[in-house]
Design a protein around this ligand. Structure first.
Ligand SMILES: Nc1ncnc2c1ncn2[C@@H]1O[C@H](COP(=O)(O)OP(=O)(O)O)[C@@H](O)[C@H]1O
Ligand SMILES: [Mg+2]
Length: 293
């Protein structure tokens, strides 16, 4: 298996390179290639993580399929690539999907079952998250009484910004905002209930949806370590930050070398790469119930 930081195909330019994915426009479809890029503190690091792209794609396919009855998703194929991409199967296999090209909604649909990250920051400052009042006295990483929908505006550059449900309704219309809230919470609850007996807490996660003509479609990625906080249940200890399932070695290393968290990111040493790779593979094994082959 190849490790790929950026795809390059002679004579074909990607429509976009995101933080992790290279996206090729096929007309009414997209070819989405999950590379092995890793971003930490919102900076893409120069060192790729072997198998990361395949874990993201295979885990997304797993969840899309498991939860297909909740909402249709954008996947058309993860094995057949149209010309000229069919001649690059060795680079694309396992990490790529052909999907419906949709009109992405301008809102990131975040669901939180636990108090962490920007949710914890908002709560400390205001007692609320995205305008939702929460009980007093919660600690960092505490479980919430009920999962909450905490949308964020899609910033074209830099950090996404938390918004209230009313602001999401202004952007989407009330009916669609309610729909994505309900669907997001339903997906979260089902995924969290699936992960829990496997020893994994799904603390929070981010979904994206798009419109395909009049139909609401689940797009982008599904419940991966990049879009979600997964915590090992055995180590769960509210009252502070939890170890991140996948990026902890990278974050620890970056703190240790006192990198200023501004570009460019430093190269990662081999042991940090190996440990991070193992964590991504472990997340896949535990959740999908099989080894990444
Ligand atoms: N089916 C789809 N239709 C249109 N856009 C999509 C679809 N699936 C994913 N996208 C977009 O493709 C991009 C995925 O690349 P990624 O590297 O994850 O980007 P980002 O840095 O924005 O997270 C996102 O901008 C996402 O909104
Ligand atoms: Mg993304």
């Amino acid at each position: 298996m190849q490790t790929i930081r950026e795809t390059h195909f002679a004579g074909i330019a990607p429509a976009a390179r995101g933080k992790v994915r290279d996206i090729y426009d096929l007309g009414d479809r997209l070819l989405i290639v999950a590379t092995d890029r890793l971003s930490a503190f919102d900076v893409i690091l120069p060192t790729p993580i072997p198998d990361k792209g395949r874990v993201l794609t295979q885990l997304s396919l797993f969840w899309f399929s498991l939860l297909r009855d909740v909402i249709p998703n954008h996947v058309l194929s993860a094995t057949d690539f149209p010309p000229p991409f069919d001649t690059h199967a060795d680079e694309l296999a396992g990490r790529s999907m052909v999907v419906h090209k949709t009109q992405p909604l301008p809102v990131e649909c975040v669901v939180r079952g636990y108090l962490s990250g920007s949710g914890w920051k908002d709560y400390q400052a205001t007692g609320k998250v995205c305008g939702i009042a929460l009980p007093a006295g919660l600690r960092e990483s505490d479980r919430l009484p009920e999962p909450i929908f905490t949308p964020a505006s899609k910033a074209t550059s830099g950090h996404d910004e938390n918004i209230s449900f009313a602001q999401a309704a202004d952007l989407l219309g009330r009916e669609l905002a309610e729909r994505v809230r309900n669907v997001s919470i339903e997906i979260y609850k089902k995924a969290a209930a699936y992960a829990e007996p496997r020893g994994v807490i799904l603390a929070d996660t981010k979904f994206e949806f798009g419109m395909l003509r009049d139909e609401l479609i689940w797009i982008d990625e599904a419940l991966t370590p990049d879009s979600s906080r997964f915590w090992p249940a055995a180590l769960y200890k509210p009252g502070g930050a939890q170890p991140s399932f996948d990026k902890q070695y990278v974050r620890d290393y970056l703190e240790r070398i006192q990198w200023p968290k501004t570009p460019p990111g430093p190269e990662l040493p081999g042991d940090v790469v190996a440990a991070t790779r193992a964590k991504y593979r472990e997340a896949f094994r535990i959740l999908a119930g099989r080894e990444l082959d």
